[in-house]
Structure formats: structure tokens, C-alpha cells
Design a protein around this ligand. Structure first.
Ligand SMILES: *[C@@H]1O[C@H](CO)[C@@H](O)[C@H](O)[C@H]1NC(C)=O
Ligand SMILES: *[C@@H]1O[C@H](CO)[C@@H](O)[C@H](O)[C@H]1NC(C)=O
Ligand SMILES: *[C@@H]1O[C@H](CO)[C@@H](O)[C@H](O)[C@H]1NC(C)=O
Ligand SMILES: *[C@@H]1O[C@H](CO)[C@@H](O)[C@H](O)[C@H]1NC(C)=O
Ligand SMILES: *[C@@H]1O[C@H](CO)[C@@H](O)[C@H](O)[C@H]1NC(C)=O
Ligand SMILES: *[C@@H]1O[C@H](CO)[C@@H](O)[C@H](O)[C@H]1NC(C)=O
Ligand SMILES: *[C@@H]1O[C@H](CO)[C@@H](O)[C@H](O)[C@H]1NC(C)=O
Ligand SMILES: *[C@@H]1O[C@H](CO)[C@@H](O)[C@H](O)[C@H]1NC(C)=O
Ligand SMILES: *[C@@H]1O[C@H](CO)[C@@H](O)[C@H](O)[C@H]1NC(C)=O
Ligand SMILES: *[C@@H]1O[C@H](CO)[C@@H](O)[C@H](O)[C@H]1NC(C)=O
Length: 498
């Protein structure tokens, strides 16, 4: 038995150990202001994202991804599945239009045929495997089958009795589909695609699953879940679900097919019935997930076996129907601004570098307005901050409040002083934050900008004209209590920018 296990283990290793695990990102496009493909690719590049999954095979997107080195999984959308599964010719045509037209410039590495078909489109289940075979044979005909793998993403709800993992099995109703499907994946050297959502497992567990266990937070050893059959210890839901997938396959006697996680993530916002969809939980989940994957820890059943994972998802999709969480799975907004800054110390190979230390200096909430005004005047004057972006018509004019303008000026000063100790004080009206205060086209120094690049803290030198008039009209005109400062400010303003 031990020997058998070892042999099986080696087989799985061989199937996937030649490549380290990667983190990819899903790109959904249900946004009211969807960035164009060039902008999407600029964001991917700036964030060092080298693997993406598209939910279709959009021509413009595939063209924009050409010659970028980014590996792309394309998809046959569910609404095209029936046609392809019923006709080899349709499949050949699909491959010709969506694959042959783009390789090798665009590095298409996998085709996801449909999405969660067995759980969301059971009517198409009978033709699912045919569709995969037709697509595969079209790839064989073009000699692309070794480079492009064909598979289909499954919802993890297909796995029943998933804890303990050793007792898991695929819903037996689907055996007539799953068995030929796994045979196909095995014979073509492909992988099982699994969508793993500890968020939903946690939400649906009625308190059985602890939040920490779902979020990969450290658990005291007595809280770790132990599989009584294997004595394997589980420290997070993700690993348990992936292992349940392996055990469900071995229940059907398939032991050498690797698993790739096509979707995983955590929503950053929800309504009152979804209290754990928060920025902090989303950040914790995705940061811990990325570190876990890059660590090549594998799972308790297959330690060291890479589980490559695509995060769901790149953008918040405001047009998605359903609860608020549906619109809030993204890492970025439509402008390419991060929804939250991932905590990736020591894993700086994707989603920009270590940004743990990314801090901003902003006006303290509730600070006295006169003191804020004085500090703002000082920053834009003696502090030599270029306050021209705060002028009417400039990117940081709105919101036109003292606190918002002071925050911009404080942050600019703070970053010019290299975030040194005591450079975010301003007589106590300023405070350091890790939340990026940038908004719209007003990018704060230190921010990961519109396309993900770091903005320069030395902003362009403004024309002396606009700056002086700005000093008059904006900062020094309205404040009667600070007459002396006003005069001084105007003088300094002029001097500063001459
Ligand atoms: C980001 O945008 C800036 C200005 O819009 C541009 O100069 C820069 O080249 C862009 N960076 C990338 C990586 O596309
Ligand atoms: C395409 O992706 C595959 C798989 O990651 C890789 O081995 C190959 O080098 C890539 N090709 C190009 C041209 O980048
Ligand atoms: C699809 O058609 C091609 C060419 O007619 C043929 O070579 C191939 O075997 C067919 N594939 C399947 C899965 O029937
Ligand atoms: C198994 O799949 C069948 C067919 O889709 C479904 O009716 C049934 O509810 C599933 N069983 C469980 C326990 O989810
Ligand atoms: C798996 O293999 C065992 C032993 O060879 C056999 O008894 C069992 O029927 C097989 N199960 C399936 C689903 O093929
Ligand atoms: C990384 O792997 C090492 C050893 O394989 C393990 O001790 C450590 O807990 C892992 N760290 C994470 C964050 O998974
Ligand atoms: C991340 O930062 C480290 C050290 O600052 C640097 O060596 C590495 O090249 C950076 N990685 C990327 C992808 O920018
Ligand atoms: C983050 O800041 C801490 C304290 O200032 C420092 O020790 C650490 O090296 C910094 N990390 C990076 C990656 O810059
Ligand atoms: C900031 O601007 C200076 C001068 O234009 C340039 O040398 C430097 O590389 C820039 N830094 C970044 C991070 O863009
Ligand atoms: C300053 O204003 C004058 C008069 O309006 C104009 O001729 C000049 O070009 C402006 N200088 C700059 C640098 O904008």
C-alpha cells in the first residue's frame, strides 16, 4: 500500500513538478467603463501578472496580449458549447478563428471549454466531453495539442462529502460524464480545472467553518482539522477542497491528473447579510493565498505539488447582477487603482512588489480646520510642495475641501522627505495611513497609479503664472483669521515658484 501510494505520488509529481506554481488572474468584463485591451494589458504588465484567464476569446484582447509573454487561458463560453459539442466542423472553425489566428504571437496555453457546466448548464453535460474532444482534435491537426491543454472548470460543489477530504467523491449522478472526462484529461496530459471558493464554504457552513480557517490565518493546533482516515492536518479550507478533489478523482481510480484552480478569491464588499465581505478579509485571503501558492507548499495529500491558481478577479465588475459581493471580487477598479494593497512581503513576483510599506500622509479625521489650513499653507509655501494639482480645473481640486487638499499637500511633502520619521506630523493634524487616498485622476505620491506604475513624488514644475494665481485664489483668499499668514504665504508662494 505504501509503495502504491508512493508510485501514485510520483506520477502526480511528474505531471506538474516541472513548473513552479503560478498565480494568474481572471479577467471579467462586466464593467460599465471597461478599460480597453491596451489599458488592461498595461495594468497586467505593471503588476507583473504573467498568467490570465479570459471568459471568452475576445479578438481585441488576444491581439493586445500578443508578444507580451503573458500566458493566456481562453474559454468557450457556455452559450457556444452546444454548437461545438454537436459539430466537429464548428469546433474546427472555433479553433481556427480563436486560436490559429493568434498563436504563436499570443501565448495561448489552455482552453477552458465551458464554465461550471455540470452545475449551471446540466443540459449541455451530455455533449461536454465531445466538445472537448473536438477542440482537442482541431489542435492536434495544427500540431498545437502539446502546447495548448483542453479542460473544463468545475464548481467545487460537484465534490460531495468534502470533509474529511479522504471521503470525498464527485456527485455520482455525473459519473457518466466524469469518467470519460477524466479519461480524456489523463490521455491528453491535461489537468482538472477546479473553482475553489472558501468564502462560500464558510458562508454556507452555519458556523462550522471558522473564519480564520477560511482565510489561511494561523490556527492553534487543536483547531486544525484532522482527517481521521489519513491523519493529515488541514490548516485552511483551500487545501482541504483541493485534496477533496484529488480524493474524488482517486475514488474513480484516477490518480495522476493534476489540479489547477481556475477561480479563487474573496469579495471586498457586501450587504448586511454578507458581513465578512470586507476589504481586510479580501486582502487577507488573497495575500495569504498568493503566499501559499508561491511557497510551493502543495497540499497535505500532495506536499510540494504546485497548485497554480487564478485569482478571481482583476476588476470589480459593477454590471454583474446579484448581491453586492458579486460586483466586488476585483483587485482593481476600472481606472486600474487597487481596491486594496496586497500584503505580499517576500513574494514580490506578481501584483507589483512588496507594498507592505506603502504609506500615505493624510489629514487626521476631525482635525481643527484652522490648524489644517495653516498646515496646508505652510506645505504649499515654506514646505515647497507643488500645490498646482489643487487648483481649479486640476486633477486634485475636487473634492474642494480643506481636508482633501491638505491630505494631498501633506502626502506630497511626506514622500519628498522619503517618508522619514516626523515628516507626517504638521502640528498633529496629519496621520500616516496605508489606504491609498488617490481618487479619479488625482494620483497621490506613493500611489500605484492608473496603470499600476508608481507615480513620481516630484511632480512637474508648474508655470509660475498659474501657481501664483492659485496661491491667491485657493489658499490665501478666504481665510480672514490668518491675515499675517496670508501675506507671508503669498510672498513665499511667489518666491517658491519663481
Ligand atoms: C503608465 O502611464 C504613464 C502615463 O499615462 C505612461 O507614461 C507609462 O508608460 C505607463 N506605464 C506602463 C507600464 O504602461
Ligand atoms: C508560452 O507559455 C509556455 C508555458 O508557460 C512557455 O513554456 C513558453 O515558453 C511560452 N512561449 C513564449 C513564446 O513565451
Ligand atoms: C474531426 O474532424 C477531423 C477532420 O475531418 C478528423 O480528423 C477528426 O478525427 C475529427 N475529430 C473527432 C473527435 O471526431
Ligand atoms: C447531484 O447532481 C444531481 C444532478 O445535477 C442533483 O440533482 C443532485 O442534487 C446532486 N446531489 C447533491 C447532493 O448535490
Ligand atoms: C477502481 O479500481 C478498483 C480496484 O481495481 C475496482 O474495484 C473499482 O471498481 C474501480 N472503480 C471504478 C469507479 O472504476
Ligand atoms: C512555506 O513552506 C514551508 C516549508 O515548506 C512551511 O514551513 C511554511 O509554513 C510555508 N509558508 C506558508 C506561508 O505557506
Ligand atoms: C522586487 O523588489 C526586489 C527588491 O527590491 C527586486 O530585486 C525585484 O527585482 C523586484 N521584482 C519585481 C518583479 O519588480
Ligand atoms: C518595511 O519597513 C520595515 C520597517 O521600516 C523595514 O524593516 C522593512 O525592511 C521594510 N520592508 C521592505 C520590503 O521594504
Ligand atoms: C522620477 O522622476 C525622475 C526625474 O524625472 C526620474 O529620474 C525617476 O526615475 C522617476 N522615478 C520613478 C519611480 O518614476
Ligand atoms: C504666463 O502668462 C502670460 C500672460 O498670460 C503668458 O503669455 C505666458 O505664456 C504664461 N507663461 C507660462 C509659462 O504659462
Amino acid at each position: 500500500m505504501g509503495l502504491l501510494f508512493f508510485a501514485l505520488f510520483l506520477a502526480v509529481s511528474a505531471a506538474s513538478a516541472d513548473e513552479d506554481a503560478f498565480i494568474g488572474v481572471n479577467i471579467g468584463t462586466a464593467l460599465s467603463d471597461m478599460p480597453n485591451p491596451t489599458q488592461v494589458v498595461a495594468l497586467l504588465k505593471a503588476q507583473q501578472i504573467h498568467h490570465v484567464r479570459l471568459f471568452d476569446a475576445d479578438q481585441a484582447m488576444l491581439l493586445a496580449l500578443a508578444n507580451t509573454g503573458i500566458r493566456v487561458t481562453i474559454s468557450v463560453p457556455n452559450d457556444q458549447l452546444l454548437g461545438i459539442g454537436q459539430s466537429n466542423a464548428t469546433a474546427v472553425n472555433w479553433v481556427s478563428r480563436n486560436v490559429l489566428a493568434h498563436v504563436p504571437a499570443t501565448n495561448i496555453t489552455a482552453i477552458a471549454v465551458g464554465s461550471e457546466v455540470l452545475s449551471t448548464l446540466p443540459n449541455a453535460a451530455p455533449i461536454l466531453v465531445s466538445a472537448m474532444k473536438f477542440i482537442h482534435s482541431a489542435l492536434v491537426a495544427s500540431n498545437l495539442d502539446s502546447r495548448i491543454k483542453v479542460s473544463t472548470p468545475h464548481a467545487s460543489s460537484l465534490i460531495l462529502d468534502s470533509f474529511p477530504p479522504s471521503q470525498a467523491f464527485f456527485n455520482r449522478s455525473w459519473d457518466p460524464v466524469m469518467i470519460p472526462l477524466l479519461k480524456f484529461l489523463q490521455s491528453t496530459g491535461s489537468f482538472v480545472m477546479l473553482n475553489v471558493y472558501p468564502y462560500y464554504d464558510y458562508m454556507q457552513s452555519n458556523g462550522v467553518i471558522a473564519l480564520d480557517y477560511a482565510l489561511f490565518r494561523p490556527l492553534s493546533p487543536n483547531k486544525e482539522a484532522v482527517d481521521p482516515n489519513t491523519l493529515l492536518h488541514y490548516t485552511n479550507v483551500f487545501d482541504a477542497v483541493v485534496d477533496a478533489g484529488y480524493f474524488a478523482m482517486s475514488y474513480l481510480n484516477f490518480t495522476n491528473i493534476p489540479i489547477i484552480v481556475t477561480e479563487s478569491g474573496w469579495p471586498s464588499k457586501g450587504d448586511s447579510s454578507e458581513p465578512d465581505a470586507t476589504l481586510d478579509n479580501a486582502n487577507t485571503y488573497n495575500s495569504n493565498l498568493i503566499r501559499h501558492i508561491f511557497n510551493n507548499t502543495g497540499t497535505p495529500k500532495h506536499p510540494g505539488i504546485a497548485i497554480s491558481t487564478y485569482i478571481y478577479e482583476l476588476y470589480n465588475e459593477d454590471l454583474r447582477p446579484g448581491p453586492i459581493t458579486e460586483k466586488n471580487w476585483g483587485l482593481f477598479d476600472a481606472n486600474g487603482m487597487p481596491i486594496y494593497i496586497l500584503r505580499l512581503t517576500g513574494s514580490g513576483t506578481v501584483l507589483s512588489n512588496d507594498t507592505t510599506n506603502q504609506t500615505f500622509c493624510v489629514a487626521r479625521a476631525g482635525a481643527d480646520h484652522k490648524m489644517l489650513q495653516a498646515a496646508l499653507d505652510w506645505a504649499c509655501g515654506p514646505g515647497k510642495v507643488d500645490c498646482s494639482p489643487l487648483l481649479q480645473g486640476q486633477p486634485c481640486y475636487e473634492p474642494d475641501t480643506i481636508a482633501a487638499h491638505a491630505s494631498y499637500a501633506f502626502d506630497t511633502y511626506y514622500h519628498r522627505m522619503a517618508m522619514g520619521d516626523g515628516t507626517c506630523n504638521f502640528n498633529g493634524v496629519a496621520t500616516v495611513t496605508t489606504t491609498d487616498p488617490s481618487h479619479g485622476s488625482c494620483i497621490f505620491p506613493g500611489s500605484v497609479g492608473r496603470n499600476g506604475t508608481f507615480t513620481n513624488s516630484t511632480l512637474p514644475i508648474p508655470s509660475s503664472n498659474s501657481t501664483v494665481s492659485g496661491c491667491h485664489s485657493r489658499y490665501f483668499g478666504s481665510s480672514d483669521a490668518f491675515t499675517t499668514l496670508v501675506v507671508l504665504g503669498v510672498l513665499l508662494c511667489g518666491v517658491t515658484f519663481l
